[in-house]
Design a protein around this ligand. Sequence first.
Ligand code: FES
Length: 154
Amino acid sequence: MPIPEGLTAAGTRDRPFTPIWPVDDLPRGAMRRFTHGDLDLLVAHTESGLCVSDDRCPHMAAPLSIGSLDGCVVACPLHRGRFDLETGETIQFPTTGGLDADGRYHPPWTPMDGPPKAEPTDLKTQARALTRVRRLRYYPVRIVGGMIEVQLPD
Ligand code: FES
């Protein structure tokens, strides 16, 4: 899957490709975390191919690898945010509301099937409103000799 324009992770350019797993270990529809030093990566085998991004939700950094994958859309295990791995765009804004990548405000919402939530304190309301959902960053990935290889930063 090609990386969306402008969303390549910093520090990966001109880096060597590092083999991580046999591609057979990650069937289509599966996701796993790969850790390199203090870097946690999400490796997803989507319907459009492999992609590697940070294993941190662009909202509040929850591990996307324990969420769910539907086609090319990953659902975060917290706050119901959903993100299109093919485009890097937010498909469903988190329940908490907040700012999108362009700085536009989105109000909080309550899931239809969830229990009513307690009103947050003023400070929590402010923190949620000021939390920006950034765009995902991607790491170049390829398959060589049946192995998944990724360009990792220094
Ligand atoms: S941490 Fe993922 S939607 Fe909030």
